[in-house]
Design a protein around this ligand. Structure first.
Ligand SMILES: [Zn+2]
Length: 327
C-alpha cells in the first residue's frame, strides 16, 4: 500500500468493545485498506484504554501505508449509553470506571481530526444496512444476540435514535412480567430470557438440580459454564440443554413478532455470537414469530443472518462518517 496517493482522504473507524478494540481504515466506498485488533484490557481504566485506541488507529494507518494527515475523519462506536452530540461515553457496562469520558475530544486532540461517536449496536445496524445483509433495503431491524441483546432500527433508510439516542434497546422489551431480573433492573426483559447470559443462567440452574450430567462435566472441564457450554451439550444430544436453547429461541420469536408488528420491517437481521448455535435457536424463533405476528406484517419480512461479523460496528461508523461528509 506504499503507493497510496497522499491527497486522498481516508476514514478511520474504531469499535471499542469490552474485550477488544478493532480499528479499520477505509475508503469512502467502504473498501478496507488497513486494520488493527488488540485487547481492550478494560480493567486498566479509561486513560490507558484511550491511549490504546489512538495507538490502534495509528497502527491501522501504518498497516495501510498511510499517515495521520490522510485521515478525513474518525468514528468510534462503543457499548452503552453515550452522548453523541458531545462525543462523551456516559457509562459502559463492560468498561469498568468509564463515566462521562470525553473520548472524541481526546482523539481529536491527539490525531487532529474530527471524531464522531455512536452506540455500537446502532453502528452495527448501519453497517449491515449499507455494506451487509440489509443492502438496498429501506426498513430493517438489526438484532445482536450474544452476552446481551441489542440492536438498532433503520427506518426509511436512516438510523432511528429516538429523543435521547437510546432507541434500539431491543433486549429490554418486557416479555414476561414475572420473569427473571434483567441487568437493566426490570423483570422479564427479552435479554433476561434469551441472551447468552440467560442461557448460561438456565444451564447453572439445570446443573444445580442435577438435570444434566453432561453439562456438569463440560462446565467442570472448562472451568466455567457459558451459553457456548450449553450449546455444546445440546449439540451432543443433551435433551435438557436442547430445551434451554429452544426456549431462548421461543422468547426471541415472541420479541420478533412484536417488533414486526410495530415496525413492519422488510428484514430482520440477526447477528452476534449466539447465531452460531444455528437452527436449534433460530427455528423456534422463526416459528414463534410466524405464529404471533400479524399476517400483513409477516408477509413483508425476511429473517437474514448478519454478513459483516465483527466488522459491522466499524463499517457502520465508516458509513455514518461518509453520510456526515456528504451532508
Ligand atoms: Zn432489561
Amino acid at each position: 500500500m506504499t503507493g497510496a496517493p497522499r491527497r486522498k482522504k481516508y476514514l478511520g473507524a474504531v469499535d471499542l468493545g469490552g474485550s477488544k478494540i478493532l480499528s479499520v481504515i477505509a475508503e469512502g466506498d467502504g473498501r478496507r485498506v488497513g486494520e488493527d485488533r488488540r485487547s481492550t484490557s478494560a480493567e486498566e481504566g479509561p486513560e490507558l484504554v484511550l491511549e490504546r485506541v489512538v495507538d490502534s488507529l495509528e497502527t491501522a494507518l501504518a498497516n495501510a501505508g498511510l499517515q495521520q494527515g490522510d485521515l478525513a475523519a474518525v468514528g468510534i462506536c462503543s457499548p452503552g449509553p453515550c452522548d453523541i452530540e458531545a462525543g462523551v461515553i456516559c457509562s459502559a457496562p463492560n468498561l469498568p470506571g468509564w463515566r462521562d469520558v470525553p473520548i472524541c475530544r481526546y482523539v481529536e486532540e491527539r490525531l487532529d481530526v474530527v471524531t464522531r461517536l455512536e452506540n455500537d449496536a446502532n453502528a452495527a445496524a448501519v453497517g449491515e444496512h449499507v455494506y451487509g445483509a440489509g443492502r438496498g433495503c429501506r426498513h430493517l431491524i438489526y438484532f445482536t444476540v450474544s452476552t446481551g441483546i441489542g440492536g438498532g432500527f433503520i427506518i426509511d433508510e436512516r438510523l432511528y435514535r429516538g429523543a435521547t439516542g437510546v432507541a434500539g434497546e431491543l433486549g429490554h422489551m418486557t416479555i414476561d412480567p414475572r420473569g427473571p431480573v434483567c441487568g437493566c433492573g426490570n423483570q422479564g426483559c427479552l435479554e433476561a430470557l434469551a441472551s447468552g447470559t440467560a442461557i448460561a443462567a438456565r444451564g447453572e440452574e439445570l446443573v444445580a438440580q442435577g438435570g444434566s450430567a453432561l453439562l456438569a462435566e463440560l462446565a467442570q472441564e472448562q472451568g466455567k459454564l457459558t451459553a457456548a457450554t450449553v450449546a455444546q451439550a445440546a449439540g451432543q444430544g443433551d435433551m435438557a440443554c436442547r430445551g434451554i436453547i429452544r426456549r431462548a429461541g421461543y422468547y426471541l420469536g415472541i420479541g420478533f413478532a412484536s417488533y414486526v408488528n410495530i415496525f413492519n420491517p422488510q428484514i430482520i437481521i440477526i447477528g452476534g455470537g449466539l447465531v452460531k448455535v444455528g437452527d436449534l435457536l433460530l427455528a423456534p424463533a422463526r416459528a414463534e414469530m410466524e405464529a404471533r405476528a400479524m399476517p400483513e406484517a409477516l408477509e413483508a419480512v425476511q429473517m437474514k443472518l448478519a454478513e459483516l461479523g465483527d466488522y459491522a460496528g466499524a463499517m457502520g461508523m465508516v458509513a455514518l462518517l461518509r453520510e456526515g461528509m456528504a451532508a
